[in-house]
Design a protein around this ligand. Structure first.
Ligand code: BEZ
Ligand code: FE
Length: 291
């Protein structure tokens, strides 16, 4: 390990990784070192630029809290979170496509019975969001847990509010019966900006990018014997549908908010008539189908 130069330092680092290292860890660290070195060589990285990168990591760490993780946001705006979703989705076939989890999921959201109310007194356009959870053969999946969460009409998630009693709001979970059905009375989500007051926001501004996300419902479904499904549903006509700051939109996840005239449904969900309706069936992939 003497007289190293630009062409030999990468191998010198790799040779220091002990042979007893866990196989997968070795594979990941080896590739990471190779790509980091190749990146520095390719752009001729200067010390001041490298220091700026280090400062970015320092600032991101300093502003991160359990509720606001700037590293996750960085991964999101660089498309890395979406790329990892796509890798996870390899071989998933006819299952519903994945999309980003985002930072605003909360465990232990209240249970709302199927056909119940997630919106309470929130202002906004009333929506019935409903459908079924199915397997790849179209059979309903009973006993599935679906978590739903979304932002308020002011663009914020409940966890971004600071006033007492703000949480929980516009989030719930349901357990499907044998028919696989889920359904809530809720409101239409609105487009909003990802938090852009930190280092990730600086990247967006410095590169002339948008912080907007199209409106969306967040969904996380867990059912025994199936791969967990983390995804989102987007109004197909949202003005930001083609410019999502975190690259979460897939055509298969764009939905219509149709005006509905179904009086019986309006009565059973307690929505004022006419209301908007989103009907979407989620398709889960059995564990063994991809393992
Ligand atoms: C969200 O959808 O809530 C979100 C996703 C990525 C970054 C910030 C917010
Ligand atoms: Fe979101």
């Amino acid at each position: 390990m003497r007289n190293l130069n630009e062409n030999t330092v990468t191998d010198a680092v790799l040779q220091t990784i002990s042979a007893e290292t866990d196989h997968r860890l070795r594979e990941v660290v080896t590739s990471l070192v190779k790509h980091l070195h190749a990146f520095a060589i390719e752009v001729g990285l200067r010390p001041d630029e490298w220091m700026q990168g280090i400062q970015y990591l320092y600032d991101a760490g300093k502003m991160s809290t359990p509720e606001r993780n700037e590293f996750i946001l960085t991964s999101d705006i660089l498309g890395l979170s979406s790329l990892i979703d796509m890798i996870k989705g390899r071989g998933v076939g006819t299952g519903t496509e994945y999309s980003v989890l985002g930072p605003f999921f909360v465990e232990d959201a209240p249970e709302v019975s199927v056909g119940g109310d997630m919106a309470g007194n929130n202002p906004g356009v009333e929506v019935v969001l409903s459908g079924r959870i199915l397997d790849e053969k179209g059979k309903p999946v009973g006993g599935a847990r679906i978590d739903l969460w979304q932002n308020q009409d002011n663009g914020l998630y409940d966890v971004q509010e600071t006033h007492e009693g703000a949480v929980p709001n516009l989030r719930c979970h349901q357990i499907t019966g044998a028919d696989g059905r889920y359904g809530v009375r809720t409101i239409r989500p609105v487009s909003y900006k990802v938090p852009d007051d930190g280092p990730a926001g600086e990247i967006l501004r410095a590169t002339g990018r948008t912080a907007w996300r199209p409106a969306h419902y967040h969904v996380w479904i867990n059912a025994k014997g199936y791969r967990p499904l983390v995804t989102e549903l987007f109004p197909g006509d949202d003005p930001h549908i083609n410019g999502d700051a975190v690259f979460g939109v897939r055509d298969s996840l764009r939905v219509d908010f149709s005006e509905s005239n179904d009086e019986a449904e309006a009565a059973s969900y307690g929505v004022k008539f006419p209301y908007q309706k989103v009907d979407f069936d989620f398709v889960l992939v059995a564990n063994q189908a991809v393992e």
